[in-house]
Design a protein around this ligand. Structure first.
Ligand SMILES: Nc1ncnc2c1ncn2[C@@H]1O[C@H](COP(=O)(O)OP(=O)(O)OP(=O)(O)O)[C@@H](O)[C@H]1O
Ligand SMILES: Nc1ncnc2c1ncn2[C@@H]1O[C@H](COP(=O)(O)OP(=O)(O)OP(=O)(O)O)[C@@H](O)[C@H]1O
Ligand SMILES: [Mg+2]
Ligand SMILES: [Mg+2]
Lengths: 226, 226
């Protein structure tokens, strides 16, 4: 599970200060799939990065499980993320010199863990990446890169998966595959999934939707499918 | 206008060869807004890059206006693109060391042309970028970066605008702004607009939709809104 308490993130200072987050409090439980929606620039990616320990808030607290992040050293934070967090970045962040297959296995390699061949096969097959594994990101389409980024986050079966607009570059069939994968991660593996999306169809896969605007939570919707 | 005749683009060779384009013929007239849809990996970005002269097809012909691209030197191709083409890239391709404002003006600067202050103000205001102009791409949200990429393509009022999934990272309000801008470029400025999208709502802004699959045109739909 993940918790945020009174998160504030300010860039700059004085009258050019940007309050990317302006007091966000929220809790995300195990086995819960939360979608986060809101206008461009409303703070969604900033919130995700703070929740995953990739960015430090100006003030406020984040907890992953019972571990508060603010007290941790960089090393401890890195180890915590490696063990417990998967992140699908809005801009993919694949390593250009590694193949798709190497990018997908990277978190396991860094954690010194062996891949589970059946799980790896499941992830690669359902995301339709089997014949692209030996290609580097520059040789992949935008949607293929996005699916590689998703596969990389799914491979370690982490406690928490953060997905920042994971279907923005995908056609509806590929998008549905990613979304059903995320939902079964929640239902079957009891993971916590937090997904930013602009797409109401994608939000419909979640158990609830949080609405962000101007760095604050503006509302919540439970069981979003009619 | 833009024309493609029997375009083929092959990557690799032998039995690992990938036919990104497998014989595409299409024409895009002035004052026409065409959407291109199709599954991830079907060749949409490859087609756009070949049509814009950013990539050389394995075989086949591309014409922009009455100028065939295959005979041109690199220098002539660069000048043609600079004068006549705007391109919104699927991965934005903003220069990280320039501010948003500098990125937006870059094509004009390279062409040695002065910005039209009223047009620049119109583009920046309607895309809601006014207070982000002094920030570099790393300080912008994903959607803000995408809007900067759109603004950069619109600034020179080129004959042809290629937009590769220009609303994938935008909420519906920002997306609608970009799409209505593209449509008025067609209606009022008689530009040719070719837009790749996965979003049926975005495709609804176009005059017609071309469907791509496995590197080939699989169908066409005119006046896609019901
Ligand atoms: N340099 C390359 N080497 C090998 N294959 C490539 C290369 N560049 C692209 N491809 C392949 O060509 C095919 C078409 O790619 P393209 O980027 O045109 O797809 P797309 O329709 O734009 O997909 P998306 O909707 O995911 O952006 C894909 O299967 C891709 O992996
Ligand atoms: N390093 C920075 N310096 C200044 N402002 C920043 C910086 N990083 C982000 N911002 C600003 O913080 C605000 C929130 O950004 P964020 O990336 O969280 O938005 P978002 O909700 O993810 O938007 P999108 O839907 O466009 O991806 C934006 O206005 C952005 O420009
Ligand atoms: Mg974002
Ligand atoms: Mg593409």
């Amino acid at each position: 599970s993940v918790e945020a308490e009174d998160l504030v993130k300010v860039y700059g200072a004085g009258d050019t200060a940007v309050y990317a987050l302006d007091g966000v409090t929220a809790a995300f439980g195990s086995g819960q799939f939360t979608a986060i929606m809101g206008p461009s620039g409303s703070g969604k990616s900033t919130l995700m990065h703070c929740l995953a320990g990739l960015d430090t808030p100006t003030s406020g607290e984040v907890r992953i499980g019972d571990t508060g992040l603010s007290g941790l050293s960089d090393r401890a934070l890195t180890l915590l993320r490696r063990r417990r967090v998967g992140f699908v970045f809005q801009s993919f962040n694949l390593l250009p010199t590694l193949t798709a297959g190497q990018n997908i296995r990277l978190p396991l390699d860094l954690a010194g863990r062996k891949p589970d061949p059946r799980w790896e096969n499941e992830v690669v097959t359902r995301l339709n990446l089997t014949d692209r594994l030996d290609h580097r990101p520059a040789e992949l389409s935008g949607g293929q890169q996005q699916r590689v980024a998703c596969a990389r986050a799914l491979m370690t079966r982490p406690d928490v998966i953060f997905a920042d607009e994971p279907t923005g570059n995908l056609d509806s069939a590929s998008g549905a595959e990613v979304l059903s994968f995320l939902r079964s991660s929640v239902r079957e593996l009891r993971q916590t999934v937090i997904m930013v999306t602009h797409d109401p169809v994608a939000a419909g896969y979640a158990d609830r939707v949080l609405f962000l605007a101007d760095g604050r939570v503006h509302g919540e919707l439970h069981d979003p499918t009619p």
